[in-house]
Design a protein around this ligand. Structure first.
Ligand SMILES: [Zn+2]
Length: 354
């Protein structure tokens, strides 16, 4: 496994759901320390590498540290675990999936229980009811589950390991949403030759209404911002009408999502940089989702903000699939955009003169 794959594996295997991001904050801190990159943190755990320049303006690249998961709410008499969601899940992808419970005594493996078709009445076979779901860690009763270390309030993450697929450009992992964004921000700041101050890192609690983007934007007060996050990949069976993006066709510049209209001048500028550098890219919009760009855009007195994305299959489930060339395209585009900016260009973008 080469260095880049090892980085993506380390990031996606890390267990840190919304509200419980500390393992990811620490991992990012270690990576920045290895490269002697100065860091800044907000009080929720959002962390950014900083490359300060003698500029009036700054740009913020933000991934998010958190992944979707669950939290223990009850241990039943029979030892089963009831839970609530951290982030948005659909019941159809939850049943029979392996999970990891992050107890204070260590990790405990569980599975979200399901009813076999043999006992399901016909009417229930194609129905899922997330409220009726439970996690089974393989114990006889409540006492044994508590003995395993499980407590109400413990976070839970999906369990699946990073894998390289048949075509080695295709990568499978939990939490590409949004550890790819953390990895991309890190790869950019490591290699960039910037002329305006750069903050590159990741925020907390995106999956629970993008809260960490607010605290990070208030701390950093950037002039421009790019959220780095996954988007829908439409070219799988049955997804033909869900957008226009295809794996392997490059990073995606989002026109809009539920909370943001990509700043028109900044978006056009980024498209121009992509074209000048021969980076292929795709354009799409998200109707039923948001990224951190929305909250940053309306922070302070307003920040031109867009989202650069990578089409990702099966997001918000135990596994997601990403194309390595799209990831590399996103890193290259972000790097070229940051390197092309100076104070005058930032001002022209803010005034919409581009
Ligand atoms: Zn997400």
């Amino acid at each position: 496994m080469d260095k880049q794959l090892a980085l993506l594996k380390q990031m996606t295997d890390c267990n840190a759901p919304a509200g419980f991001e500390l393992p990811m904050t620490k991992l990012m801190q270690e990576l920045f320390n290895e490269e002697s990159i100065e860091t800044v943190q907000d009080n929720t755990g959002g962390i950014f590498g900083v490359k300060k320049m003698a500029s009036n303006h700054s740009i913020m690249l933000l991934g998010h540290l958190d992944e979707i998961g669950f939290m223990v709410t009850e241990v039943t008499e029979d030892g089963f675990i009831k839970f609530t969601n951290l982030g948005s899940w659909s019941g159809t992808v939850m049943t029979s999936q392996k999970v990891t419970i992050l107890t204070q005594q260590g990790e405990v493996r569980g599975v979200i229980g399901s009813k076999p078709p043999h006992v399901l009445p016909q009417a229930e076979r194609n129905k899922v009811d997330p409220d009726a779901m439970f996690i089974d860690i393989g114990t006889d009763n409540r006492e044994e589950t508590l003995d395993a270390g499980v407590r109400v309030g413990d976070p839970i993450t999906p369990y699946s390991e990073f894998e390289v697929m048949a075509n080695p450009n295709y990568l499978l992992a939990k939490a590409f949403d949004n550890r790819f964004g953390c990895a991309a921000a890190y790869e950019v700041i490591k290699a960039v030759d910037n002329h305006v101050t750069l903050y590159a890192g990741a925020v907390t609690q995106e999956e629970t209404l993008s809260r960490g983007a607010i605290t990070a934007a208030n701390k950093i007060r950037p002039s421009l911002a790019i959220a780095i996050d996954v988007c829908i990949c439409s070219k799988t069976p049955g997804m033909e009408n869900a957008g226009q993006t295809k794996m392997g066709e490059g990073p995606v510049i989002l026109l809009s999502d539920a909370w943001n209209i990509g700043h028109v001048s900044f978006r056009r500028y980024v498209e121009q940089v992509a074209e000048e550098n021969g980076i292929k890219y795709q354009i799409d919009h998200l109707t039923g989702g948001y990224t951190d760009a929305g909250h940053v855009a309306v922070s302070n007195t307003g920040v031109p903000a867009i989202t650069i994305s990578v089409p990702t299959r099966y997001i918000h489930s135990n596994v997601s699939m990403m194309h390595r060339e799209d990831y590399n395209g996103a890193v290259k585009l972000l790097k070229k955009v940051v390197e092309s900016l100076d104070d005058e260009t930032v001002e022209r973008i803010i005034k919409q003169e581009i």
